[in-house]
Design a protein around this ligand. Structure first.
Ligand code: 4HQ
Length: 275
């Protein structure tokens, strides 16, 4: 995978190339990474890449000529690449989009500053517009780094274990299960016993249940529109039964002798849990 980043701040990317898994991917030739300084394509005497907006108002706009020249130059050196503009107007990045991007031969990532780039660039030279989320950054650089990072770790062989990327959060659209390492007791809290049992089948079961409950409690939206397998349905049904059991185990609080003769707890016109 070939990444070419177009930016007026190429040095911002040095720490990305120089650390961790992205660095290793470069060293192992799994990705190639380069930056193009948009300023180098501005032929004006002062190499200014922004200008005042037509129609007035505050903020500056990136001039079309240097951005276009930089994109055309990058396209020449990476013919099959797709060109992406980072913008809050783009389609929101998620894991399935990252999986789509990893199958492309190369990405040219265009990072704007100020109020963004002249609209005519977007129409002519951009294949996709991508946003990393609904908030406003001061430039597209951090968004480009997020894409490079998320895509790189999906390239086969980049992560340690053969299946590391398959197993993590979002691959199956559930959150990750809870992780533990030594010590066995930390500030009074024990590691769940099953994880030390060596029983791999039970550990797998525990992990699926952990994933499910975390997703249910923290991100119910991820569970909507997601097909469930037989094992997941079993776990959810078990919770339903457990919850039912708790509801029916005790009488309704406040529904004792003073509440008008209604039988406590049960057969309460379906009202189980009123304050
Ligand atoms: N930008 N996701 C670049 C963003 C952004 C986002 C604001 C992009 C400023 C010039 N990019 N312009 N959110 O906030 O990708």
């Amino acid at each position: 995978m070939k990444f070419i980043v177009l930016t007026i701040f190429p040095d911002m990317f040095n720490p990305l190339w120089e650390y961790g898994i992205v660095k290793r991917a470069i060293d192992q030739n799994k990705i190639s990474a380069s930056t193009v300084n948009i300023r180098d394509f501005e032929k004006g005497r002062h190499r200014v890449t922004d200008d005042r907006p037509y129609g007035g108002g505050s903020g500056m706009v990136m001039k079309p000529e240097p951005v276009a020249a930089a994109i055309r130059s990058a396209k020449k050196s990476a013919l099959a690449s797709k060109t992406i503009l980072l913008t809050p107007q783009g389609r929101r990045l998620d894991h399935s989009m990252a999986r789509g991007l990893v199958s492309l031969p190369g990405l040219i990532l265009v990072c704007g500053r100020y109020e963004g780039v002249d609209e005519r660039i977007c129409q002519e030279l951009i294949d996709y517009e991508i946003s990393i989320g609904d908030y406003v950054l001061t430039g597209g650089e951090l968004a480009a780094m997020v894409i490079i990072d998320a895509v790189t770790r999906l390239i086969p062989g980049v992560l340690g274990g053969a299946d590391s990327a398959e197993k993590d959060s979002f691959s199956g659209s559930l959150l990750e299960y809870a992780h533990y390492t030594r010590p066995q007791t930390y500030e009074g809290t024990e590691v769940p016993e099953v994880l030390m049992s060596g029983n791999h089948k039970e550990i797998e079961k525990w992990r699926l249940e952990s994933s499910l409950i975390r997703t249910f409690l923290k991100r119910q939206d991820l569970l909507q529109n997601r097909p469930l397998d037989r094992q997941e349905i079993e776990i959810l049904k078990k919770w339903c039964l457990d919850i039912e059991r708790i509801i029916h185990a005790q009488p309704l609080r406040g529904a004792g002798a003073l509440s008008g003769g209604q039988q406590a707890g049960r057969h309460n016109n379906g009202r189980h849990n009123e304050p």
